[in-house]
Design a protein around this ligand. Sequence first.
Ligand SMILES: [Cu+2]
Length: 370
Amino acid sequence: MKMLKKILLPMAMIMAPAAVVAQDANPAAPAAPVAEAPAAPVAQVPKADAAAPIAADAAPAGKAATPAADGSLPGYTPMAPTEGIGMPMPKEIDFQEQFTENGQYAKWINNTILLPIITLISLFVLGLLFWIIIRYRRSANPVPSKTTHNTTIEVIWTLVPVLILLGIAYPSLDLLAKQFKPAPANAVTVKATGYQWYWTYTYPDHGGIEVISNMLKEDGETGPKERARTDRDGPKLLAVDNRMVVPAGVPIRLQTTAADVIHAFAVPSLWFKLDAVPGRLNEKTLTITKPGVYFGQCSELCGARHGFMPISVEALPPEKFAAWVKAQGGSMPGEKKAEAAPAAAPAAAPAAAAAPTTDAAAAPAAAATN
Ligand SMILES: [Cu+2]
């Protein structure tokens, strides 16, 4: 018993900082903004002089058909999201269900390695504290021990925390390396550009098509020619008019940049967060394991309407993705550029309307990519 006292008393003192180190768990997924600020008028179509989205040689001008009222195109109907999948839910405390391999691995590390270690260390330190407070209080232990050194226990309290930290470091660094593994040659490239306050998605491998993605307003808040959000589009403050459509099960080379200030492209259920910095092109690979609609938000404070530039990623089976590309007036890699659709009116697509400006200085998105 006396020996046990000698061992446990100093251990209690040394383990307290270790518990603090082990608390280094990831913060919870970002919650949906609750601000109800009145929506400032936001241009549905970017001004041609400020944001010519595509270089003239890549512009599929006039080829995309006009989207119907619900955002659908010939051969493409937007997928309805599944409740609780790819979106935050009330009273959730865990990470969202993950739909990329890295996300599943990361969630496994958190729930199977980090949380049990944190819990065990916290309970152990709490137990030692209570034991010392009760057993060694002045009335129960009037003559305190004067022990100052114990080689065995000093070796143990050095080695055990080192082993714990190594056990945490290995999967953490492994995950980090996996997240930044370069995309394979057959990956689909999508470039997300952040603007104050919306996103555009460019598909350089698919005829340079570009999608302009604005948040959908609620019924009663819409301006003329704007459609209101429905439940088919997604949750309030997360649904957009035009989604970033990608193929499921195929590696995606997702590049991010910005045209004005720093934004961040983040989708919690895809374990994806990457800064979008003007003049820089950041890149990360992801493979979405299942078709579905996954919602995210800009995660860098970027101005007054930072909370109102959500992200909607729609992952489709590859053949449906090809149909969407065609509907947008693009082409699949290796395929000839789609024939011009004669029926398309000049003002059909927002991208087409803004495309004629070819001045390089007026195309910040194109310039930023070098
Ligand atoms: Cu932003």
